[in-house]
Design a protein around this ligand. Structure first.
Ligand SMILES: [Zn+2]
Length: 279
């Protein structure tokens, strides 16, 4: 039987919110937010669809990746008002640098410092990752330690990110967008494995949150250390490495000796029909 790997991104108008779990009218979340990337005509695939190269047709969307998945309060009062402005401000700043580097061919310093409000920045990332999945009709989000930690962190402004998370980020100069709710990575080389992680990549940044990373599993990326997460509006400096970055497909195509496991319905790859500037 032919396996259907096509992306399903249309669901019910009412349902359980992916973030707070309340049953209500569902609202459409743009992933990433419209202030970061202008929604255009795109092709949607799941990661399985993308990797299998079965020649199955992608699903088209006229307005980027947008999913009816969260309630109005989580979408507008929290995500859009409280958290997205910080993600938009940070990505604008990085996009300017990356564009200048490409268009003018200027050589930039190897590293730059960015001032961010990590609590707001990360909650925006977490909110859009949680929204990046169709709710299961008639069922509230299934309780499990990893998604619960993401949801609780998003919803409780006074909380801190669980110290079981490592938060990695890097420059991602690609127009292809990826959101993965749950990504596991195994290794055949005795490094241990990552049971749970989640990923959001869009021009010009990628964020990867890894849960319970074994020390033996090496990830050669910069991270926002736990001690930088303080009050909601406290700022910190994070270093952005402009030269050393992983391959475009990292970590969803994890390289030799490692393999991934993910659920087909919680991964989206989004490719503009007419990419501009960056492939
Ligand atoms: Zn909600």
């Amino acid at each position: 039987m032919k396996k259907n790997t096509q992306a399903k991104f249309k669901g019910g108008k009412e349902g359980y919110c992916n973030i707070c779990g309340q049953y209500s009218q569902l609202t459409r979340d743009h992933i990433p937010p419209q202030g970061c990337v202008k929604p255009t005509s795109v092709e949607l695939r799941t990661l399985t669809h993308y990797l299998s190269q079965l020649g199955e047709k992608p699903v088209n969307s006229q307005s980027g990746l947008n999913i009816l998945s969260i309630c109005g309060t989580c979408n507008n009062s929290l995500l859009g008002t409280e958290y997205d402005p910080e993600l938009i401000a940070v990505t604008e700043q990085v996009a300017r640098i990356v564009r200048v580097q490409k268009e003018l061919g200027l050589s930039l310093p190897e590293k730059i410092d960015l001032i961010v409000k990590p609590q707001r920045l990360l909650r925006s990332v977490v909110g859009h990752i949680l929204a990046g999945k169709l709710p299961i009709p008639g069922e509230p989000p299934m309780p499990a330690p990893f998604p619960d930690a993401l949801r609780n962190y998003f919803l409780d402004q006074s909380s801190n990110i669980s110290d079981r998370f490592e938060v990695y980020y890097w420059v991602y100069p690609s127009n292809k967008q990826i959101v993965i709710n749950l990504l596991s990575i195994g290794s055949a080389m005795g490094e241990g494995s990552i049971s749970s992680s989640c990923l959001l990549k869009f021009f010009p940044l990628a964020f990867w949150m890894v849960w319970d990373k074994p020390d033996s599993f090496s990830i050669d990326l910069t991270k926002i250390s736990q001690d930088k997460f303080k009050g909601l509006d406290e700022t910190c400096e994070i270093v952005l490495d402009l030269r050393n970055r992983p391959s475009f497909n990292y970590p969803e195509i994890p390289g030799e000796g490692r393999y991934i496991m993910c659920r087909n319905d919680s991964t989206f790859l989004v490719q503009p029909k007419k990419p501009k500037g960056f492939g």
